[in-house]
Design a protein around this ligand. Sequence first.
Ligand code: FAD
Length: 298
Amino acid sequence: MRKTTLSFEVFPPKTDAGMEKLCGAGGVLDRLCALRPDYISCTYGAGGTNVGRNLEVLDKIREKTTGMTHFTCIGNTREGMRRQLQTYLEHGIRHVLALRGDLLPGTSGTGGDLNYATELVAFIRDSFGDAFTIAVAGSPEGHIESASVEADIEYLRQKQDLGATHIMTQLCWDMDQFRRWMDAIRAAGIWMPVDAGVMPVLDQAATINMALSRNGCVMPRALCEIISRNWIFPNPFVKDPFDADAEAKKASFKSAGMAYTVSQIAQYLDCDVAGIHLYALNKYDDVARIAADAGLTD
Ligand code: FAD
């Protein structure tokens, strides 16, 4: 019997074909739901650009399991947020991950009525009482814009005081830092359960991109070695590499990356987390295999 929760995260596809693959009969969501996750969350695009599809995906999730929507302050007015949140309730979505949102390139603020996730948590509680459970983001390595990890933890405590109930973490491969952060939030009086966000290591370019394009994540030596041993020349970002071994290296990277992800999950489970939140990247096979190898599914 599983003691921790298992959840998945998907994103609203940009194309009709992507929607069919994710939401169609026998598609990725049907198959992920067969693994009996405790909930599945769906991301919310910058500026609400994908709100329609986010809701369509959540309607599909709701047919089989609990749905959680991510929700951000970017470009949103109070009135617009009230309307959107009311629509979620009407669709039976009662769980929200309240985020500031990633700032749009070239901007320095949200461009909306609220500036921080703390304000969004307060707004949701003031406007809707207990209608929603409210999860918030935790950044074990410190948010890239924050003055210090300690300052971040203080804002996290404020989110709890304002009515948040649950933490979902940003990807963090640095397990020593993760353990220090868990101790530090508990010492700061933060009792919210923590779901560890796990980014499966499947693709070289995507892994480097996720770590460095926004989050400034530490990449441990073991992960760097997997990347270096399988480096696709001239670099993993070019579409037509001149590396004759490119396909074999992709496969070998994925195999080593999946084993790395499974071992990382084991370390999270030793850290007294409440759940494992797998960023499923709208994929089934690799994600199901990782969940099974990590002992998260029957
Ligand atoms: P905040 O908590 O507002 O923090 C932002 C910065 O401001 C931090 O440096 C913090 O220290 C500081 N700060 C916080 N509160 C205050 C305050 N009251 N006064 C002054 N400074 C403050 N982004 C999307 O756009 N869509 C998604 O669907 C999405 N899903 C995500 C899912 C997970 C699990 C995680 C961890 C992140 C996700 N993000 C998503 C990314 C997230 O929006 C970014 O990390 C964003 O830059 C910060 O969001 P936050 O909620 O942590 O912001």
